[in-house]
Design a protein around this ligand. Structure first.
Ligand SMILES: Cc1cc2nc3c(=O)[nH]c(=O)nc-3n(C[C@H](O)[C@H](O)[C@H](O)COP(=O)(O)OP(=O)(O)OC[C@H]3O[C@@H](n4cnc5c(N)ncnc54)[C@H](O)[C@@H]3O)c2cc1C
Length: 496
């Protein structure tokens, strides 16, 4: 059906009002104040991840000094923050940057087609049961990396036999009553290690059932040095100092773990062992087969998971599931875990670009054939910016730099009378999937990912320091960098 809504034109269209899209809004406001823009959000509210997940204890596992924005101090005393505090912080960011009237809720982006003739995107949007088009010079993706409609749950033999309730953390029933019940949480990632201590006190018993252990590191929920910085120097300088400190700390821990895996493994083991009961089989339940930081290391604030185990309210089982039964789960070892509720904390389903079908001049873009340029653009796709953050430290650290880079690029293009930027990859350059990360959700989706190349500008860097250098303002914008900048007919002077 043809829409009756007239086509609006904007300079920039941001997709998603999570922490990335809201951050993009700030950089557009400050770096490109004359540009018209809107943030289209498919859901009825902002916050993305931090609004979607409602399970008990939902919190960050990064410190908020680096997960928060560079431009807005994180003033709360807790470094690791609950979802509602992150939402408060995002609400303040929206207010302080006057973004309220820029965010359009319940606007789901379906497709985006680039016209080389017009040098602009035509974006199809669905709102209130109607589809209509918006055109834009640039599209910024802040649409996250996973599917909001479905989580990942493997096939479990005998699932239908189970008489109790099965819950996926992504779709937590807010009225779920687990008081005095036996709960089994399947999984060992960030979600499982958050759920278990948060639910333990109310349940009769809670068991974390894992096939493979994860590295789990206790971290202080409040960081005394950070709070001292804030008290002594005020929030602005305090934030800058704590942020620098956490950036160095995260990088230091990562590099140390990769260079000296045996020593890192010993340190983590000893930190775990001293919080667990005497004689606890640490090597069975907390000794992963891979090296520290080959997968994301799980932080547990104040060691709460270990406290729940020590108090006897929680336990860990490391085994494979033989079958679900009427009353719980039978393990391959023959052991049976009784359960009234089974929580499948088995992960996310990766989905890049918010499911938006991209095309250039009517030809669908196969993103698996695109190479990511400077972590920010897709080769062969003009005037698009993407927000894929770090997998080995705070997501936002990278996303902030990416949007600042792209807004600076647009400003410099404006000054030079250019309006089309496209990354062009050398077809001879060897490439590999954009994410080198062993996490299940990445490994399951390797065949769907864009690619990264070996050359400097084409590597998907996971180092803040490397990105800080290559995304700074003096970076080369010449063709040798793989970026082709040009003027479309639309802005070229007549006769050219
Ligand atoms: C439970 C959990 C805890 C996490 N904790 C941390 C942590 O501590 N540290 C860390 O670094 N990372 C963490 N992450 C990763 C986390 O998701 C990111 O760090 C960050 O929140 C992602 O922000 P985002 O804005 O890019 O994406 P999201 O938060 O996913 O927001 C994307 C937004 O885009 C909207 N959208 C998507 N597609 C469309 C479309 N087609 N049209 C319109 N709107 C669309 C969505 O509705 C959503 O609001 C966590 C992830 C989960 C699931």
């Amino acid at each position: 059906m043809t829409s009756t809504i007239p086509t609006e034109h904007l300079d920039i269209l941001v997709i998603g009002a999570g922490i990335s899209g809201i951050g993009a809004g700030h950089y557009i406001r400050t770096e490109l104040p004359a540009k018209s823009f809107a943030i289209l959000e498919g859901r009825a509210t902002f916050g993305g991840t931090w609004d979607l997940f409602k399970y008990p204890g939902i919190r960050s596992d990064s410190d908020l000094h680096t997960f928060g924005y560079e431009f807005k101090p994180w003033e709360a005393k807790d470094s690791i923050a609950d979802a509602h505090k992150i939402l408060d912080y995002l609400r303040e960011t929206i207010e302080e940057n006057d973004l309220g009237d820029k965010i359009r809720y319940d606007h789901k982006v379906l497709s985006a087609d680039w016209s080389s003739e017009d040098a602009r995107w035509t974006v199809q949007v669905e709102h209130a049961g109607e589809q209509f088009a918006i055109t834009a010079n640039w599209v910024f993706f802040g649409s996250g990396y996973y599917d909001y409609e479905q989580g990942f749950t493997p096939e479990f033999t005998g699932r239908d036999r189970f008489q109790g309730q099965i819950v996926h953390p992504q779709f937590w029933p807010e009225d779920l009553d687990y008081a005095g019940k036996k709960v089994v949480v399947i999984g060992s990632g960030a979600t499982a290690v958050t759920l278990v201590p948060s639910m333990a006190d109310e349940t009769e018993h809670i068991t974390m059932l894992q096939r493979t252990p994860t590295y789990i590191m206790p971290v202080p929920k409040q960081d005394p040095l950070t709070n001292l910085f804030h008290r002594a120097f005020g929030h602005k300088i305090g934030h800058d100092l704590s942020r620098k400190r956490f950036i160095w700390q995260q990088r230091g821990v990562y590099v140390f773990a990769q260079r000296f895996p045996d020593l890192a493994r010993k340190i983590i083991r000893s930190e775990n062992a001293k919080r667990l009961p005497k004689g606890y089989p640490v090597d069975v339940h907390f000794n992963p087969p891979y090296n520290p930081w080959d997968q994301r290391l799980c932080a547990v604030p104040n060691g709460d998971l270990f406290t729940a185990i020590r108090h006897g309210k929680a336990s860990v089982a490391t085994d494979r599931i033989a079958t679900f039964t009427e009353t719980g789960i039978e393990l391959e070892s023959g052991e049976h875990l009784d359960a009234d509720i089974i929580v499948t904390a088995t992960g996310l389903k990766l989905k890049l670009f918010g499911g938006v079908q991209l095309s250039v001049d009517g030809r669908p873009v196969d993103v698996t054939q695109s190479v990511i340029h400077r972590g920010a653009m897709l080769s062969g796709v003009p005037n698009v910016a993407i927000a894929i953050g770090y997998t080995n430290s705070s997501w936002t650290l990278k996303v902030g730099m990416l949007f600042r880079y792209v807004t600076t690029l647009i400003r410099s293009m404006d000054e030079n009378g250019q309006d089309v930027a496209v990354a062009v990859a050398d077809p001879e350059m060897p490439t590999r999937p954009a994410l080198d990360f062993e996490a299940g959700y990445v490994q399951r989706a390797l065949h769907e990912l864009p690619r990264q190349g070996e050359a400097d500008d084409w590597r998907m860097s996971m180092s803040y320091f490397e990105d800080a250098k290559r995304l700074n303002n003096e970076l080369s914008l010449g063709e040798e960098s793989g970026l082709r900048l040009s003027s479309s007919k639309r802005i070229a002077p007549a006769g050219v």
